[in-house]
Design a protein around this ligand. Sequence first.
Ligand code: RET
Length: 272
Amino acid sequence: MSFENLFEYSATQFEIVLSVFTLTAAVFAAVLVYSLATAGSISPRYRITSYLTGVVMVSAVLELGLLALRWSGSFSWNGEQYVLGGDLFSNGFRYMNWSIDVPVLLTQLLVVAGITGGVFFRRWASFVVAGLAMIWTGYVGQFDEVDGGAQFWLWGAISTVFYLWLLYVAWQTVQDAKASSSAPVARLLSAVWILFLVSWTIYPLAYLMPQLWDTANGVVARNLIYSFADISSKAVYGVLLAVIAQKVSAEDGFKPAIESSFWAPRTEAGVK
Ligand code: RET
């Protein structure tokens, strides 16, 4: 069971968690519109990254909506505090959502990095195997997060091994992409790598939270941390990949990309 069920919450603590879930869902809905609306300015070769961001956003809006409902259904106001009553709160939805989003986010990286042919399929297979193994072993471990026993640590450690493998393949992919890119695109790819490394590494920290900060405030912090990681690893990442894909499309001479480069000087953008 999730450690969220162990505590009672003040009105402020309860509201902060609920508002953060709602804000996160709203950010995802906004990025869904953004990625569909800007897809046409990306050349067909890379355009699938916009649609994949759309897939991630739909699944994440559903997940956050369900978490918000579950949070309000699990605790009720007794005149002084929010206390458990009704459903148990569960973070299990998160892991199920990652099962969709992690493979999709990694596929987007391969597409925007311009990896093709056999290398694409080999890396894709590594990403899917490592990603799902990481999530599902972690899922087993989190059932034991309240007592923090051997199961929790063992499954967490196995999950981390898969995570390190995944990070290595992602790093290789970004290095390959940088080697064949213009200087401005290479700089953006470095930014993607930092964003990736920081935002993904927050999830194992949230897994450890019940052992680090075992109070109602720890619960509030964990859910804020999850939302920060979710917005960075899905929404900001999706937008950044779209920007890179559009830049590369413009460099390849794809006209809608050149014409919609609103930050470029007018002559350079071909609008004389
Ligand atoms: C777990 C278990 C403990 C060890 C590790 C984990 C890693 C989780 C990660 C999740 C990333 C999720 C993303 C979701 C986006 O939708 C499973 C918490 C290493 C890296 C990016």
